[in-house]
Design a protein around this ligand. Sequence first.
Ligand code: NAP
Ligand code: ZN
Ligand code: ZN
Length: 334
Amino acid sequence: MTIERRDLRPKDVEVEILYCGICHSDVHKVNNDWENTHFPIVPGHEIVGKVASRGSRSSRYQDGDLVGVGCMVDSCRSCPQCRAGHEMFCEKGVTFSFDSFERDGKTLTYGGYSTRVVVDERYVLGVPKGLDPSRAAPLLCAGITTYSPLRQWNCTLGAQVAVLGLGGLGHMAVKLAASMGAEVTVLSTSRGKEADAARMGARHFVATSEPGAFDALEGAFDLIVDTVSAPHSLDRHTTLLREFGTIVLVGLPAEATPLDVGLLVHGNKRVAGSNIGGIAETQEMLDYCGKHGIVADVEVIPASRINEAYARMQRGDVRYRFVVDASSLRASPA
Ligand code: NAP
Ligand code: ZN
Ligand code: ZN
């Protein structure tokens, strides 16, 4: 479909989109898993592109700069959460990149499966030189969503960190945690991704479907990052935590998860959640990835293959992020 982008406001940047990653949140939204989708939607919140034009008072970027747009495109900018750099918790309601309301409370946002986007420069990120744009796109959501909890729970040298689910978020969690010096274990449903996990920096790999897979791991981890997109029990994974260890949930399955409280109480174990990351922290993550040469493993696809990509993601068959080449949309607008 054809969508309109607004005329440039003084502080706006018009971005010519080069690539947009496909996050499982896009899939949840399209399937209305969270029962809050306003159709029709244009998904996409892992955008990398070039600055095509700028508003009269926009000076943060120059024409031609490589920039990113992530999960958020606006917020009130003045509430305590916005001022603290936690725009995703804006007390007036954050404006997400798609299927969300602009500040007027009625105009819906359309995301990155498109050719251009207009965003206030405050919400536009600089992509470090040297990062391949198609492989940097997934950093805008998968990168920040895993970087932020690793920082919050002090992932440092020697920390025992497990990553549950090796998809888009999971593979970024492995790369980032390994780069911070953690000893990383991947907990994946099958052995199919074992060699890839080692290449990404994981020291250990456990196929959770194998009998007895969890036996040797009881009490092993300081931190578990749970990225699984489908409903699953937390009970088994909680037993893998050390005393005072934390399982941080970033996956957002459509169904609630029952949890045996006794497993938490005995050992002061913690269950936490983490929602993307603020704009300043997203820039910090991008700069970190620029410094350490960290990018996603991607399959670049034309827009015509998005449905196929969604079907594969729902089967867990992703290696490790599908990225839409926006030039395929320019060639044949659909
Ligand atoms: P993804 O690329 O599809 O990866 C999810 C992985 O979870 C799969 O590759 C698979 O890994 C594992 N998995 C899938 N179904 C499973 C099942 N039934 N049982 C056990 N493991 C299963 O998804 P993603 O883009 O990384 O997103 C993951 C979740 O995070 C989604 O729910 C998404 O909405 C959410 N999310 C949250 C935030 C946030 O701010 N908190 C931000 C972005 C996304 P294996 O093959 O290794 O088992
Ligand atoms: Zn996402
Ligand atoms: Zn606010």
